[in-house]
Design a protein around this ligand. Structure first.
Ligand SMILES: [Zn+2]
Length: 181
């Protein structure tokens, strides 16, 4: 999905109006006016990265730092009792727009938002197999990217992500973002 047709990029560039709650040279936070709870915010890099794996280490740190501060702002200004901070990464995870973003949702007791799941108990064999597989891959963690190095990753979900211009039926994200005054 090209950045020209990306709704989030259009918001970043001001071509689509939004309620901006925080902005600096690389990160933007906007209010979702049709969110899970009043005060639901999106924290996004200004650069177009469809999925989290494409975001350079330095930027991901900055984005989550801002998300943390927005969470604090939500606590302080809206008297939230908790926050849910999460990323829908890829279509099966519920990602609906091909631009990585972090959700910050103010939470209140009995607010009816259901982010819970039914636990799936692993058997002994599954535990050892999965642990081994993950450990093997996780060996590569640690050598974080240098600032200037921008790796181009090719990841399945990008190609499958619906582009706004070829998608007749607007996804919920497009619809709710349009409603931002
Ligand atoms: Zn974008």
């Amino acid at each position: 999905m090209a950045r020209e047709s990306c709704l989030v990029c259009q918001i970043v560039e001001g071509r689509v109006p939004s309620a901006k709650v925080y902005e600096d040279e690389s990160v933007l936070a906007v209010l979702d006016v049709n969110g899970a709870n009043p005060g639901h915010c999106f924290v996004m890099p200004k650069e177009h990265y469809p999925i989290i794996e494409q975001v350079p280490d330095k930027e991901i740190g900055k984005i989550f730092n801002v998300a943390n501060k927005i969470s604090t702002a939500v606590f302080e200004s809206l008297q939230a009792q908790g926050t849910s901070i999460f990323v829908a990464n890829g279509i099966p995870a519920g990602q609906t727009v091909a631009h990585f973003l972090v959700n910050v949702i103010p939470r209140f007791e009995n607010d009816g938002i259901n982010l819970l799941w039914k636990p799936k108990q692993l058997n002994e064999e599954e535990i050892s197999t999965i642990e081994l597989k993950l450990k093997e891959q996780a060996k590569n963690i640690g050598g974080f990217e240098k600032e200037e190095k921008k790796e181009k990753l090719h990841h399945e979900p990008i190609a499958k992500m619906p582009a706004a211009d070829e998608d007749e039926e607007e996804d919920y994200f497009s619809r709710q973002m349009r409603r931002i005054p």
